[in-house]
Design a protein around this ligand. Sequence first.
Ligand code: ASP
Length: 242
Amino acid sequence: MKALLGSGGIRTEERRILYQNLMTENFDDCKRVIFVPFASNDYDGYTTRMQEFTEDLGYELIGLHEFEDPLSAIEAMDGIYVGGGNTWLLVKELHEQSLIEPIREAVLERDVPYAGISAGANVACPSMQTTNDMAITMVPSFDTFGIVPFQINPHYHPGGIWYREDEEGAIVQHFGETRERRINEFHQMNDTPVIGLYEGSFLRCTDNNYELVGNKAAVIRKGEETITYDPGIILRNDLTTA
Ligand code: ASP
């Protein structure tokens, strides 16, 4: 298995270069990569933007929505890239087009390289339940690809939120619930460990081996203290260190 799972937040030049290098490496044997734009409402516009962003990386990116038969497109392509946006929209479409099992099988049984950023990383997990997104539509099921055996919470940040009304304003405390608290709520009903990926961080995944690259991540286990790791660490399937 080969996958690149990221949080997003690639808004600096340094982070963009890292993303492009990692994408090149992830799809290094690929000529044609399928782009899954279902987390957006504008499939054509989103695919065009991503084609511009990934041009010169050595492979051709083709929107899945352009194929009449998405199943044979997945069979024919060398790689799969699932873009971010709203996870609920994405999961609804994946289920309605019966794509969960074929993509899982392509990645886990045929070693087709997978990349997923944000919502695309959420769906690489066993379920979509640790998304930050609003439930803007109904999904047939929370189940997703299960390419990795743990849950990801993208765009994670530690602690509470402080904000400014405007650029000149004083910094004030928000007092809203933290990410950790929301993930603790997930753990009131579920046991699967969660990794909170800070902005700009990626997991470079191979079988039972997950290297953290770019920025920090927090591992949150049911009933245990959160552990924060720096980039460079290698984690196993159970999110313990190798
Ligand atoms: N909306 C996020 C994204 O950019 C997903 C999330 O925060 O769960 O895809």
